[in-house]
Design a binder for this molecule. Structure first.
Ligand code: T3D
Length: 264
């Protein structure tokens, strides 16, 4: 039986996925990467789950790749192909988050480094403890930002800041991360989990398919001209207009009652 590195808890329609290697600041081993992806996919596929909340156990969110993991430890003459790790572990994880069938919230409870930053930024709503610190750190080990960071960072903070964060690799406080647009909200550390849970519960009560389509349209629109983006909106709206949740939302509004959304 492999060691459980992801703790899963259910709070009504919210599944909380907690990275559990606190003594190593939740650094990512191959096993942890597999377990995290598996939890995202299996919980997202469960009809009872309507939002995921990802966080870390202990004082860190995630220190990025475990630099002592046998998958990467470079022994002279026996160096590993890091591309293999990226292709088989990081890319599937990043895609499982970005293609998740339910909205995702990240509660960055402490330091996020390297791919830990990438995982946080790939979530739909990123909230950070005021004690959190963000540091890319790839530059210090001779690598480039990965796990989606080259795509996400410049889009979130603009090229100039993305280059500064990646090339100089300075630590960023949670407050500065919020000012830059890297995270949606900073919360006092003792209130983070409650605030993230409230946000996740709110997302869970909303029409899932529309939320997930919004993520996809925002992502796709980055590569589109204005008119193709308008056409993509029309196509998505056309599909959503046939959904139970659209009819339920309109009926509930007209009948002045709370809607009961159920599509996923
Ligand atoms: O081959 C590849 O790497 C490919 C994949 C790339 C993706 C990546 O994520 S690359 C980036 C990898 N991550 C880093 O370079 C971050 C390394 N860690 C740090 O810079 C610092 O630890 C932190 C800024 C995250 C936190 O600093 P601090 O002072 O709060 O804690 P600390 O004392 O440095 O660390 C506490 C313990 O966690 C310590 O262990 P010990 O001495 O108590 O037994 C430390 O070694 C361990 N730890 C922290 N980060 C990692 C780690 N162990 C393994 N891998 C880590 N990434």
């Amino acid at each position: 039986m492999p060691e459980a590195l992801i703790q899963v808890e259910r709070h009504e329609a919210v599944a909380v996925l907690r990275l559990c290697r606190p003594a190593q600041l939740n650094a990512l081993t191959a096993d942890l990467l597999v377990q995290l992806r598996s939890a995202i996919e299996s919980q997202g596929a469960d009809p009872a789950v309507r939002a995921l909340l990802i966080t870390g156990e202990g004082r860190a969110f995630c220190a990025g790749q475990d630099l002592g993991d046998p998958f990467v430890s470079p022994e002279p003459g026996r160096e590993k192909d890091i591309g293999h790790l990226i292709d088989h572990y990081y890319i599937p994880l990043a895609l499982s988050l970005r293609n998740s069938r339910v909205p995702t919230v990240c509660a960055v409870n402490g330091v996020a480094a390297g791919a830990g930053v990438s995982i946080a930024l790939a979530c739909d709503l990123v909230m950070a403890s005021d004690a959190a610190i963000f540091v890319l750190g790839f530059n210090k080990i001779g690598l480039i930002p990965d796990a989606g960071a080259t795509w996400l960072l410049p889009r979130l903070v603009g090229r100039a800041k993305a280059m500064e964060l990646a090339l100089l690799g300075d630590k960023l406080s949670a407050t500065d991360a919020e000012l830059l647009g890297l995270v949606a909200r900073t919360v006092p550390s003792d209130q983070l989990m409650q605030a993230a849970m409230v946000a996740a519960q709110r997302l869970a009560a909303l029409p899932t398919r529309a939320l997930v389509q919004t993520r996809k349209l925002f992502d796709d629109a980055m590569q589109l001209g204005f008119e193709p983006a308008l056409r993509a909106e029309s196509k998505a709206q056309s599909q959503l207009g046939f959904s139970h949740d659209y009819h339920e939302g309109v009926n509930a509004f007209q009948q002045k009652r709370a809607p009961q959304f159920r599509d996923k």
